[in-house]
Design a protein around this ligand. Structure first.
Ligand code: PLP
Length: 359
């Protein structure tokens, strides 16, 4: 269906009992203007989720699994360490289901994230950026232990990869049924997306190459250094290959347990590092040339997909994950060059006709 015929809409053919029922089923969208000729490049746009990111899936999975197994009691406070999107997803799910939520987050992450969580009723406890991901993680553990709260444990819980196995991966299978799919490209934060989707692709679409990316200046997997862990699978040390990087939501300062399965079971075929500034440049290009507004991690994943597209044979089909929306990054370097005031060119346009001029 092209854009014109799409003007006749039919509704979704159902009524929704809850906002939470709208999570998932995100579209795979073709890149029309900037994909190399002959290559079919698609993005899976996770910003179609109700709270704007791939983490809505995980948030619902963690809470509903804990409700089922009894580890979360009605009205009990939920606590989690998150670089933002998990917190925003949890804030939505907790608001919709009536659980109080406390999030711990390093003060280096964008202020939009804090405000969105607080808007949905969560409390946000900031931790010093110098103590990195491990600092905010340990703060969440401390608070959970001191208060008897439910710790969501996104980096270790089975509920993480499983939701991608049962939703994200199934959507990819359904949307590409009868169609080539040569490459699937993703980054990692907790590793839930790559581990869950790859479990299914390896089984159902073994011809699809799985490409994983990490920041060029924080190549935890690329370094080969094995992560030390505690008995509960949580990290026992900050990984020596970590350096602060601008790709929010990607690569904490440890290799999460959820990601470890992808390493141990060789669930990816290629590991491609990408520099944060390149990812930002591609996020801007996607916005300008395709009208697709994604964040820094989406731009970075897309940068890797474009590298593959540029070397690929005609007919190659690539699917690239876009984890969240660009609107979450207005206060960050992604929008740094975007002016608030009129540019010279805009002032020129304003002055080119006589009426309604501000300057
Ligand atoms: C912006 C962003 N990109 C990518 C990811 C990575 O997803 P996952 O945790 O499933 O590896 C996350 C989640 O941490 C994120 O917030």
């Amino acid at each position: 269906m092209d854009a014109m015929t799409a003007h006749t809409t039919t509704g979704r053919g159902r009524l929704y009992a809850s906002l939470l029922d709208t999570i998932g089923n995100t579209p795979a969208i073709r890149i029309n203007r900037i994909a190399p000729k002959g290559v079919e490049l698609y993005v899976k746009a996770e910003f179609f989720n109700p709270a704007g990111s791939v983490k809505d899936r995980l948030a619902l999975s963690i809470i509903e699994e804990a409700e089922r197994n009894g580890s979360l009691r009605p009205g009990q406070t939920v606590v989690e360490a998150t670089s933002g999107n998990t917190g925003i997803g949890l804030a939505m799910v907790c608001a919709a289901k009536g659980y109080p939520l406390v999030v711990t987050m390093a003060d280096s992450f964008s202020v939009e994230r804090r405000k969105l969580m607080r808007m949905m009723g969560a409390k946000v406890v900031l931790t010093p950026r110098a103590e990195k991901g491990l600092g905010m993680y340990r703060k969440a553990v401390e608070l959970a232990e001191a208060n008897g709260w439910f710790l969501a444990r996104q980096f270790e819980t089975d509920a993480n990869a499983r939701i991608h196995e049962t939703t994200t991966a199934q959507e990819i299978l359904a949307d590409f049924r009868g169609h080539r799919l040569d490459y699937w490209v993703t980054g990692y934060g907790t590793g839930g997306t790559v581990t869950g989707v790859a479990r299914v692709l390896r089984r159902e679409r073994p011809e699809t190459k799985i490409v994983l990316s990490e920041p060029a200046n924080a190549q935890l997997l690329g370094s080969g250094h094995v992560q030390a862990r505690n008995a509960d699978h949580s990290p026992a040390e900050s990984h020596p290959a970590f350096e602060p990087h601008p790709i929010q939501g990607w690569t904490p300062d440890f290799i999460p347990y959820v990601l470890q399965e992808a390493v141990d079971d060789r669930l990816y075929d290629e590991l491609v590092p990408i520099a944060g500034p390149d990812g930002m440049a591609w996020a801007r290009q996607l916005a300008r040339s395709e009208g697709i507004l994604t964040g820094v991690s989406g731009g970075s994943t897309f940068a890797v997909a474009m590298k593959i597209a540029e070397r690929a044979d005609a007919g190659t089909v690539i699917l690239c994950m876009l984890p969240d929306t660009g609107e979450r990054y207005m206060s960050t370097p992604l929008f740094e060059a975007i002016p608030e005031e009129m540019t010279e060119e805009e002032v020129g346009l304003s002055r080119s006709t006589p009426g309604y001029r501000l300057v």
